[in-house]
Design a protein around this ligand. Structure first.
Ligand code: P6P
Length: 342
């Protein structure tokens, strides 16, 4: 019996089909997204081999964050820089792994109109314990004229993003992205080497029952965050409480689970780290764009993440992100018990 094969839409086909959403588009953003998809497949291949090939372990160097760098971090960073530099659509990159921006000057990118902020391999401390890790990217139009992009091109509010997405390298590898017209997820089919549409028009459940926060830092949390955590732990069946605590310690994995199941992820400010740990440009802004496009919410505990104005490439911000109702409840607690950031 000839069983009709379910229609497969690859990432490349989807991007081209949806290109019509961009008036006056000449295909540059489509090619840029495809370049990122190709680099992700190369990184995925090495992530999957990490246990087999001597690519684990510290590369002996430390990155701009003062964290020991794993060889896979270096490899991933090199892959995305190479793909974006040769693709001809990007005129500058801001990477977590590089203190300064990487201006791109080649004969084609002289008039490249896009810049990319990227965390090439987030959660790298989980590489050698085989926990899901991820890539996070954010795309803006350049503000400067022509030639290589400049640092000031990156100091735009998150509302100016033209696209954002992440790749989660886990039990399966998925690429999830938005261009401001909803969120779509693609699962890598290794048998054909293609990202295939698997999660169309993703929406985060309004009523999440998961909270994700590193409770090991509880004693350092602002009073408002402590109150919210206790709210999640109270017995109150009509609201489904107590909620479940789920924390992987890998931002992309925690965010992806909450996007699908509903929930809230919090990386709060503390007295020791008043701006939290996560970076605005290449972690919080892209995930906030996706969260809002999926019907969720993202703030720093009071202000919308996408309205924050960056003044430095690696600046940090507290992050409250996920199901709208849970983020609003956490903001209420912060407003009532910790009105001023600690
Ligand atoms: P903590 C990984 O190092 C990372 O940057 C994110 O992926 C993750 O959400 C966070 O740090 C975990 O930080 O302090 O809870 O270990």
């Amino acid at each position: 019996m000839n069983i009709p094969r379910k229609h497969i839409t690859t990432l490349g086909q989807f991007i081209i089909e949806r290109q019509a959403e961009f008036p006056y588009a000449k295909g540059e953003l489509s090619r840029l997204l495809r370049d990122i998809g190709i680099a992700s497949k190369v990184v995925n291949r090495e992530v999957n081999k990490a246990g087999l090939v001597d690519i684990l372990g510290d590369a002996g160097s430390v990155n701009v964050q003062g964290e020991s760098v794993k060889k896979l971090d270096v490899f991933a960073n090199e892959q995305f820089i190479a793909a974006l530099s040769s693709g001809g659509e990007c005129c500058a990159i801001a990477s977590e792994e590089n203190e300064e921006i990487i201006p791109i000057q080649n004969k084609v990118s002289g008039d490249a109109k896009y810049i990319v902020a990227i965390d090439p391999l987030d959660g790298s401390s989980n590489i050698d314990v085989n926990v899901s890790i991820g890539t996070i990217f954010s795309i803006y139009r350049r503000k400067s004229g022509s030639g290589p992009g400049r640092e000031e091109d990156f100091f735009q509010e998150g509302t100016q993003q033209v696209a954002a997405g992440y790749v989660t390298y886990g039990s399966s590898t998925m690429l999830v992205y938005t261009t401001g017209h909803g969120v779509n997820g693609f699962t890598l089919d290794p048998s054909i080497g293609e990202f295939c549409l698997s999660h169309q028009a993703m929406q985060i459940p309004k009523h999440g029952k998961i909270y994700s926060i590193n409770e090991g830092n509880y004693s350092r949390f602002p009073e408002g965050v402590k109150k919210f955590v206790r709210y999640c732990q109270e017995e109150e069946t009509s609201s489904g409480r107590p909620f479940s605590s789920r924390y992987i310690g890998s931002l992309v994995a925690d965010f992806h689970r909450n996007l699908i199941k509903g929930g809230i992820f919090i990386y709060p400010p503390t007295a020791k780290t008043p701006r939290g740990k996560l970076r605005l440009l290449y972690e919080c802004n892209p995930l906030a764009f996706i969260a809002e496009q999926a019907g969720g919410k993202a703030s720093d505990g009071s202000k919308r993440i996408l309205s924050l104005h960056p003044a430095a490439l690696h600046e940090r911000t507290p992050l409250f992100i996920g199901s709208e109702e849970l983020v609003k409840k956490a903001e209420e607690c912060m407003q009532k018990y910790s009105p001023v950031a600690v």
